[in-house]
Unconditional design. Structure first.
Length: 143
């Protein structure tokens, strides 16, 4: 069971969608127009939250056309959305895309423009793992 919902405080948001039958990634859209100045980082709001099974992760990647045409990249190259990011104790689960403008001109991302792709993946844990027992508290970068 996995999917997307609109996060609290957002309206008129496009939920991620695959564009073709063979697409691995779900396209994420910009929730609010934002300008990223040269040399600066910014959190791009998507207004979306994702739910998934406890042994799955949603990986977020920059769309190649954004990097090619707009000199934007994700500083960490991939965003990791854990299953417990969704509606935890202090965070609704809204997904943000961290971008860096490595170009020389300001880049404006308009509302509803495609920014990134998300791919759900199953993951495995070590047989020797001592299972963590603390609940997640918080949002972006909280682990």
């Amino acid at each position: 069971m996995r999917g997307f919902n609109v996060a609290k405080g957002y309206q008129d948001i496009k939920l991620p969608e695959r564009k073709t039958a063979a697409s691995a990634g779900y396209d994420f859209y910009v929730a609010k127009t934002i300008t990223v100045e040269p040399g600066q980082k910014a959190l791009v709001e998507t207004g979306v939250k994702a739910y998934m099974a406890s042994d799955e992760v949603l990986k977020i990647y920059m769309r190649s056309s954004i990097a090619k045409n707009h000199d934007l990249q994700m500083p960490n190259h991939v965003g990791i959305i854990d299953a417990d990011y969704y509606e935890n104790e202090t965070n609704d689960g809204a997904i943000f895309i961290l971008v860096h403008n490595y170009g020389t001109i300001p880049i404006t991302l308009d509302k509803n423009s495609r920014i990134a792709q998300g791919i759900f993946e199953k993951y495995y844990v070590s047989d020797q793992e001592i299972k963590p027992n603390r609940p997640r508290k918080g949002g972006f970068g909280s682990t």
